[in-house]
Ligand binder design. Structure first.
Ligand SMILES: Cc1ncc(COP(=O)(O)O)c(C=O)c1O
Ligand SMILES: [Zn+2]
Length: 383
């Protein structure tokens, strides 16, 4: 059994709401669940953990989850969420969110997006036969993501404004038009994303740290909730520390934690090469700060250069990710440098999205292929 509870005032809300009338974020709370899965490292997928997912009908699924967890170096694991159907962790949330849209009788879904949310939503809406509407910050979304949203049939609208403005607008659009909002303010989406925690524990047990990029701050909140639920239902005894990574030009949560605050000061003009986390006013800040403080973790900021270096390092180790995703490893490297970590801890870095999402940045970093006449001697010259 589950209820939708306000994290600020504790009021129980109905399933159709996104936030409480007090303005607080909502959270799904489970009680009296009969756990029917085994943490045995087998058959990982989002829906393995269905007894802890708040849906009451057959799921709209594209076989999301079950992503590879690589041991990148001693004690350092990378969970490659780019291996999901649309190439990012968002699919874990969308399978639940789009299922909920059908359950609530919605005919259309909508989101604002830095790209991956729109790609994933469009894909699952296509599968569910729902109309999909997307608001993007014009010129600031990686090409691969726009391509996905378009091809899967969403109506894609680029606004002359940033992501934070797009989110404000799509909330109004949803309210006026009756569309189902699938940004991470939607508590059901986060329920799907908590399965990242379940899969990590399923495969290697509880790590000491989980490190991940933070944009709108939904994923860090979701993963923490996943660990806490496993503890609540007696499946684990320990909890990891949650470490968020933000780009230096888009770092409101970093600043809040640095100053010991439990609220953020929004950043007006966020900027970073990692467009997926180019967000100045993260909607889930309150949940994320709770996750960080409760777990006794931290937030680290990294430069665009550190992000790109980490992207190369992962790629050379056989793991192709987009810039935002590489910020986890960039954060890990920085924490080692600062002496916060010493390399003996078991750490899982979440690689949130696939390399192919942002081909343009790759050409900027690596340059274009060398072009030569179709002749052996010419090829020999450049080998
Ligand atoms: C690749 C990637 N990494 C990280 C994030 C940040 O996730 P969240 O907004 O849940 O903090 C996003 C969000 O769009 C993303 O696309
Ligand atoms: Zn409330």
């Amino acid at each position: 059994m589950y209820r939708l509870v306000c994290i600020e005032c504790g009021k129980v809300n109905n399933e159709g709401s996104y936030t409480c009338e007090c303005g607080g974020l909502l959270e799904v709370q489970f009680e009296d669940v009969e756990i029917d899965f085994k943490l045995n490292g087998r058959d990982l997928s989002v829906w393995k953990y269905r007894c802890l997912l708040p849906v009451n009908r057959d799921p709209v699924t594209l076989k999301e989850g079950g992503t590879p967890l690589y041991e990148f170096s001693r004690n350092l694991y990378v969970k490659h969420e780019g291996a999901n159907p649309s190439g990012s962790f968002k699919d874990r949330g969308m399978t639940v969110g789009v299922t909920k849209a059908l359950e609530l009788g919605k005919k259309a879904v909508a989101c604002a997006s830095t790209g991956n949310t729109s790609a994933s939503m469009a894909m699952y809406a296509a599968k569910a036969n729902l109309r999909a509407y997307v608001l993007l910050p014009s010129g600031k979304v990686a090409l691969g993501k726009v391509a996905q949203a378009l091809m899967h049939g969403a109506k894609v609208i680029a606004i002359r404004g940033n992501f934070d403005r797009a989110l404000e607008l799509v909330r109004i659009v949803c309210e006026r038009m009756g569309f189902y909002l699938l940004n991470s303010v939607n508590p059901f989406r986060l329920e799907g994303q908590k399965t990242i925690a379940f899969e990590i524990v399923d495969e290697i047990g509880v790590p000491d740290y989980v490190i991940l990029p933070v944009g709108n701050a939904g994923n860090i909140s979701a993963i923490w909730k996943g660990f806490k639920e496993l503890e609540k239902f007696g499946l684990i005894d320990d909890l990891p520390k949650m470490i968020g990574v933000q780009a230096r030009g888009a770092n409101p949560i970093y600043r809040a934690v640095r100053d010991g605050r439990d609220y953020i000061d929004p950043i007006k003009n966020p900027e970073t090469v990692a467009t997926a986390i180019r967000i100045g006013n993260p909607v889930n800040a309150r949940k994320a700060l709770r996750a960080i403080y409760e777990s006794r973790g931290t937030v680290v900021e990294v430069s665009d250069e550190e992000i790109v270096n980490a992207q190369r390092e992962l790629a050379r180790g056989g793991i192709g990710v987009e810039p935002a995703s590489a910020s986890s490893l960039a954060g890990y490297r920085r924490l080692i440098e600062e002496g916060y970590l010493n390399g003996d801890e078991v750490v899982v870095c979440i690689a949130t999205g696939h390399l192919l999402k942002d081909p343009e940045i790759v050409l900027k970093i690596c340059g274009r292929p060398i072009e030569v006449p179709a002749d052996f001697d010419e090829i020999l010259k450049v080998l």
